[in-house]
Design a protein around this ligand. Structure first.
Ligand SMILES: *[C@@H]1O[C@H](CO)[C@@H](O)[C@H](O)[C@H]1NC(C)=O
Ligand SMILES: *[C@@H]1O[C@H](CO)[C@@H](O)[C@H](O)[C@H]1NC(C)=O
Ligand SMILES: *[C@@H]1O[C@H](CO)[C@@H](O)[C@H](O)[C@H]1NC(C)=O
Ligand SMILES: *[C@@H]1O[C@H](CO)[C@@H](O)[C@H](O)[C@H]1NC(C)=O
Ligand SMILES: *[C@@H]1O[C@H](CO)[C@@H](O)[C@H](O)[C@H]1NC(C)=O
Ligand SMILES: *[C@@H]1O[C@H](CO)[C@@H](O)[C@H](O)[C@H]1NC(C)=O
Ligand SMILES: *[C@@H]1O[C@H](CO)[C@@H](O)[C@H](O)[C@H]1NC(C)=O
Ligand SMILES: *[C@@H]1O[C@H](CO)[C@@H](O)[C@H](O)[C@H]1NC(C)=O
Ligand SMILES: *[C@@H]1O[C@H](CO)[C@@H](O)[C@H](O)[C@H]1NC(C)=O
Ligand SMILES: *[C@@H]1O[C@H](CO)[C@@H](O)[C@H](O)[C@H]1NC(C)=O
Ligand SMILES: *[C@@H]1O[C@H](CO)[C@@H](O)[C@H](O)[C@H]1NC(C)=O
Ligand SMILES: *[C@@H]1O[C@H](CO)[C@@H](O)[C@H](O)[C@H]1NC(C)=O
Length: 582
């Protein structure tokens, strides 16, 4: 078997060694890379004979047993990564006195122990101890002796309040600090003195009080994530200095400061679930790198931000549950956001109708990773770390794999507004649309036949509108459709039969004027004989629309759409090994 180079992280640019699972003979090996191989059980005792190892990486397997015998006397070890395994027992204390060690990742194991020992690791740069089985509170001050530290991850370990509140003299070299789920109730005092910090992650704590303004008033910070805390007060005016800002689920109030300066580097701005008021700051236009804007669940009172279309990279815009109002279309014009993929504007007070060509100028992500070859949403991987934006997408029927946030689909939610008029036929151009929710508006007219072209559609909710006519039989072509709801409209005629549509619950079709056929109990008495002519006519209708569309936007029709999507409920972090630090 050959080493599977899937998650090699730190060791990617080093040699890859062959090994045979039946024949553990590699006494001279100095670098052993066995991550992500699905290994189970105890590490073979013969591994202990590899006394000369300088780098050992066993991450992301299901290895178990005690680390002490495996690691004893490995004084030449420079890098050790056993993360994401099932190792148990006490963390061997000799690990913390190995002078050569530069990289140590024990995270996500069942290891226990006190860690209240004096560290003697003068060369340690990266230390990851997150999500271990350490039940007592940890005093942060023990880490101040690590004078070469650049990266510290203690997520999931409770820290003593006194150490969080003291002026710890951490290494000035510290650039990445992750203290998520550390039971913090105060903003760590020492953070202010970490002048080289680039990445601060304090989400899922219980921190109360104002945001410490000085945090974003520093030029090096790339990532500030204070989400899922209890921060109060107003948002500091210097967010434009930070690439990624996540303040989701706090109790911030006031306006989003209109202070994004001409050189603002912001790529992600998530201030969802706060108590913000006022308007969206127009100075966001200065953030030409902005990809992701989420201001959902606040009390922002503004009209639809058409002006954001000047941002060349905007992919995600969520305005859900605010006090936005007025039309979402400019007279006769398409919504021409150059790269938009996710548009969530539900539960606002938007009004007006949408022109037929409304979706015409949405660009084409094509059904593959985006132009930067990123698979996942907002993947800002750099040499040192990665960050992925996540989003609460709330579509029934949509398959969302935990932790995997694909970049090449799109989703639209206009539900809970007062939109009227017909559903724009140009919806059929959105080849990569996987979810559409137009529920609870006042849309009238027929369900456009062009829906049949939205071939990736998995979730479609048109309920609670005033749609009339028949459900187009062409919807049978939507093979991925897992959820459809057209209840509470004025639809008539036969429900498209013999597809997964008939497998939907009855409630998805109830509350209409005269629908019949499965899954409803009403039989269609005038058995509809769809003549070949009729089908052809309908097909032709679709084709005609295509022809019109091609007329509008030559060359982009097939594959036209948006890219990007999907997400899970909580922020998810993808921290990559910092190769450069070793
Ligand atoms: C490991 O070393 C011991 C002696 O230290 C030896 O008895 C044993 O055979 C070695 N195992 C392998 C697989 O080489
Ligand atoms: C570690 O080295 C000491 C002597 O230096 C030896 O007594 C002990 O057996 C060694 N432990 C292992 C697991 O090889
Ligand atoms: C965690 O450590 C405690 C002892 O401190 C032990 O009783 C418990 O079984 C450990 N849990 C796991 C999941 O290993
Ligand atoms: C979290 O902190 C509170 C007080 O700050 C303390 O009472 C509680 O025991 C801590 N929880 C854990 C798991 O350490
Ligand atoms: C925030 O504070 C409220 C009380 O004001 C409390 O109920 C809630 O649990 C706190 N949330 C967190 C994440 O600490
Ligand atoms: C940062 O804040 C300090 C006061 O706390 C101020 O003197 C300094 O000018 C600020 N720096 C920037 C770049 O805004
Ligand atoms: C923007 O950057 C340029 C060059 O880096 C600098 O000269 C200018 O002062 C900056 N402007 C602001 C408002 O920060
Ligand atoms: C962009 O930033 C400059 C200052 O750097 C500011 O004068 C200008 O008003 C900002 N643009 C917008 C649209 O607010
Ligand atoms: C929104 O702001 C306008 C003034 O700009 C005000 O008249 C209106 O009442 C506000 N609406 C809400 C829902 O707060
Ligand atoms: C829509 O796209 C076409 C070309 O594809 C372009 O000519 C037109 O200006 C765009 N409309 C808007 C409003 O951006
Ligand atoms: C559509 O949005 C409404 C809320 O506006 C929600 O209740 C419904 O579940 C959504 N439909 C789907 C399919 O997710
Ligand atoms: C429909 O939207 C209105 C606001 O337009 C809201 O008040 C109402 O609760 C929504 N109904 C449902 C069932 O979500």
């Amino acid at each position: 078997m050959i080493y599977n180079n899937f998650v090699c992280g730190l060791f990617c640019d080093l040699h890859v060694y062959y090994f045979s699972s039946s024949n553990w003979l590699f006494i001279l090996v100095r670098v052993l890379l066995l991550s992500s191989n699905g290994f189970l059980g105890q590490v073979p005792s013969s591994l202990r004979n590899l006394t000369k190892l300088t780098q050992l990486q066993l991450a992301h397997n299901k290895l178990t047993g005690d680390l002490t015998s495996l690691l004893q006397n490995r004084t030449s070890l420079v890098a050790l990564d056993v993360s994401s395994n099932e190792f148990y027992g006490t963390i061997p204390s000799f690990l913390f006195t190995m002078p050569s060690l530069s990289f140590l990742d024990l995270s996500e194991n069942h290891l226990s122990g006190s860690l209240q020992i004096p560290f003697s690791l003068p060369n340690l740069r990266v230390l990851k101890l997150s999500y271990l089985n350490i039940t007592h509170q940890l005093d942060l001050r023990v880490f101040s002796s690590l004078k070469s530290l650049t990266y510290l991850d203690l997520s999931g370990i409770s820290l003593t309040p006194t150490s969080v509140d003291s002026d710890i003299n951490f290494a000035k070299s510290l650039r990445v600090l992750l203290l998520s789920e550390c039971n913090l109730s105060k903003f760590p005092r020492f953070v202010k003195s970490l002048t080289n910090l680039e990445f601060l992650y304090l989400s899922d704590n219980r921190i109360k009080g104002n945001i410490p303004l000085s945090t974003c008033n520093r030029t090096f910070l790339d990532v500030l994530d204070l989400s899922y805390n209890n921060f109060t007060g107003s948002i500091p005016p210097c967010l434009g200095n930070i690439n990624i800002v996540n303040l989701r689920k706090n109790k911030l109030e006031g306006n989003i400061p209109d202070e994004f300066h001409i050189n603002a580097s912001t790529q992600t701005l998530d201030v969802g679930y706060n108590q913000l008021t006022g308007k969206l700051p127009r100075s966001l236009l200065n953030c030409t790198l902005l990809k992701f804007v989420s201001v959902d669940h606040n009390a922002i009172n503004d009209s639809f931000p058409f002006w954001l279309k000047a941002l060349p990279n905007l992919k995600v815009l969520t305005l859900r549950s605010n006090r936005f109002h007025g039309p979402i279309s400019q007279p006769y014009g398409p919504l021409a956001f150059p790269k938009l993929q996710i548009l969530e504007i539900s539960h606002n007070r938007f009004t007006g109708s949408l022109p037929r060509n409304y979706f015409k100028n949405w660009t084409n992500p094509s059904l593959k990773p985006d132009d930067e070859e990123k698979m996942y949403m907002g993947d800002y991987s750099s040499d040192r770390f990665g960050y992925e934006d996540t989003l609460d997408l709330q579509y029934k029927g949509l398959y969302m794999e935990q932790g995997k946030v694909l970049t090449f689909y799109s989703a639209i939610d206009f539900s809970g507004n007062k939109l009227e008029g017909e559903i724009p036929e140009s919806i059929g151009l959105l080849k990569a649309l996987i979810a559409l929710n137009l529920s609870n508006n006042s849309f009238t007219g027929r369900i456009p036949m062009s829906f049949a072209n939205v071939s990736e559609l998995e979730s479609l909710d048109l309920s609670e509108n005033k749609l009339s006519g028949e459900i187009p039989q062409e919807l049978r072509r939507l093979t991925y459709l897992a959820y459809i709801d057209v209840s509470d409209n004025q639809l008539t005629g036969e429900i498209p039969q013999g597809t997964q549509i008939t497998g939907q619950p009855k409630s998805s079709f109830e509350g209409n004027l005269g629908l019949c056929g499965l899954p409803l109990e009403e039989r269609c008495f005038t058995e509809k004989t769809t003549s070949i002519e009729e089908v052809e006519e309908e097909e032709e209708g679709v084709l005609k629309w295509r022809a019109v569309a091609i007329g509008y936007a030559p060359g982009v029709l097939f594959g036209l759409a948006i890219g990007h999507v999907v997400a899970l409920y909580r922020p998810e972090w993808f921290i990559k090994s910092y190769v450069g630090s070793l």
